[in-house]
Write a protein that binds this ligand. Structure first.
Ligand SMILES: [Ca+2]
Length: 467
């Protein structure tokens, strides 16, 4: 930066406090360009002052106030100290702000602090640290808003908001951490990617760049049961070791002579997790009516090693009456890339036989970054390829890819139309990896586990504890 920005900030700060200054003590340059000072009580009453540096304020000012705004600025720049005036009156508190902003490199950053009618510009200290000294009335409450912006204020990067009440002491300190800034709400071109993320990735936050392909919120991706591993992962608690069993058997009683339509519910679940996280999950469920029962069996094991957590399992849905068998087999491995990044790779095969045979084969390699205060990772890059076979013939392929730094997932489907047989391609961009997966499972509230739809945005369990 930072010299240019420092000068700009300095000027901005000077304009704001230019009509008066409060400090009789020499102060370092870094403080002199920051923030409002005690005189802002007056400034707040004369808001025009901030827009015209050379105009004499019309409000009555301290007799000791230097009326030459420009010369104050020069003095400050050269001497690093402010001109002497009255000390702040007793009903003002000096607030020292120390603010850590989200990481972003630019030489035109700006950090503004608003509290009621008071406005100040913070000064860059170094790295992501900024500071400001302001004088606010004691024992007063206002909404405090801190605005972090690039391009000298033109592009919002993040904001911090909190109701702040001054105390009765003469000085207070206020610290704001980078994580307290809301950066995701600032998306000037409304493409779903924040201004900060776009600038960091080198794209223009003001120009929507997905113009070549349709941009959708989610991926339409039918039938593959891609994230089925998650329906098992989410059943395991953090507790180790852990054993759980659940049995219910609601059989028909007194239904004669029309028992055929009565619903019944038989279920047996067992979950066992050892000290290091190896696990077995078995879930057998028979439901439906007496004359039309449906059997669902889920079984998977989890193996923890030094370098990975692996799942291996199967989900079966069987109805003898409907002549329907659906089998989903899956393998999945989560491995650590670094402390907060995980690779998530696997294969899911879904086969159905109901008159004809269908088969989906999905292979995926996804990179995810951990979500704070969560056991989940957010997918940030990766590749998913699914092929669909009908009676053994390839009917469509779908690929979903995203490189690190890309704004969107690129989705490409090739579908074989019949009559005449023609491959039709459909391409679009997706903001999120919303690959929905349904589980034809329990629907009744009195069961321990209800139906599961995959986590939104393709989030997955990333095993931060075990890796
Ligand atoms: Ca954007």
């Amino acid at each position: 930066m930072h010299r240019t920005a420092l000068l700009l900030l300095f000027i901005a700060g000077t304009l704001m406090v230019g009509c008066s200054s409060d400090s009789s003590e020499p102060r370092p340059l870094i403080d002199s360009s920051s923030a409002t000072t005690g005189a802002d009580i007056t400034v707040a009453d004369a808001p025009d002052l901030t827009t015209d540096a050379n105009q004499q304020p019309t409000v009555e000012l301290d007799s000791t106030t230097d009326s030459d705004v420009g010369s104050i600025g020069d003095d400050l720049l050269i001497n690093g100290s402010e001109t002497e005036t009255n000390p702040p009156t007793q009903n003002l508190a000096q607030i020292e702000f120390t603010i850590t902003v989200p990481v972003f490199m630019s030489d035109s950053l700006q950090l503004r602090i608003e509290w009621g009618e008071f406005e100040a510009t913070a000064t860059w200290v170094g790295d992501e640290i900024w500071s400001a000294t302001v004088f606010y009335p004691v024992n007063t409450e206002n909404l405090l808003t801190v605005r972090f912006a690039d391009n000298n204020g033109a592009i919002e990067l993040g904001t911090f908001e909190q109701v702040y009440r001054t105390g009765t002491s003469a000085s207070e300190a206020f610290q704001i951490a980078a994580s307290q800034f809301d950066t995701q709400s600032w998306d000037a071109d409304e493409d779903g990617i924040s201004n900060l993320d776009e600038l960091s990735a080198g794209t223009d936050p003001l120009v929507f760049e997905g113009e070549s392909l349709d941009v959708r919120d989610s991926v339409i991706f039918l039938g593959s049961h891609l994230f089925i591993t998650e329906s098992f992962s989410r059943r395991l608690p953090a507790e180790r070791p852990y054993n759980f069993s659940f049995d219910v058997s609601d059989l028909v009683e007194g239904c004669e002579p029309n028992c055929a339509d009565f619903l019944r519910n038989i279920r047996s679940v067992s979950i066992a997790v050892d000290e290091i996280g190896n696990a077995n999950v078995v879930d057998f469920h028979e439901r439906g009516s007496v004359s039309f029962p449906l059997n669902i069996t889920q079984e998977a094991s989890r193996i923890v090693s030094d370098s990975s957590v692996q799942w291996d399992g199967e989900w079966d849905n069987f109805s003898e009456v409907a002549d329907l068998t659906t089998t989903v087999t899956f393998t999945n491995e989560v491995a650590a890339i670094d402390e907060t990044t995980r690779s998530y790779t696997g294969r899911t095969i879904r086969s159905s036989i109901s008159g004809s045979s269908e088969r989906y084969v999905s292979d995926y390699t996804i990179t995810g970054s951990s979500i704070e205060n969560s056991t989940l990772c957010k997918p940030i890059a990766g590749s998913i390829v699914t092929s669909y076979f009908n009676e053994g013939d390839l009917v469509y392929t779908g690929t979903i890819t995203k490189n690190t730094g890309d704004l969107f997932w690129t989705v490409s489907f090739e579908n074989l139309d019949q009559n005449p047989p023609t491959w039709r391609e459909e391409d679009y961009l997706a903001r999120f990896l919303n690959v929905r997966y349904w589980q034809n499972d329990a629907t009744s509230d009195d069961l321990a586990f209800r139906g599961f739809v995959s986590e939104p945005e393709g989030k997955f369990h990333c095993d931060l504890i075990d890796l």
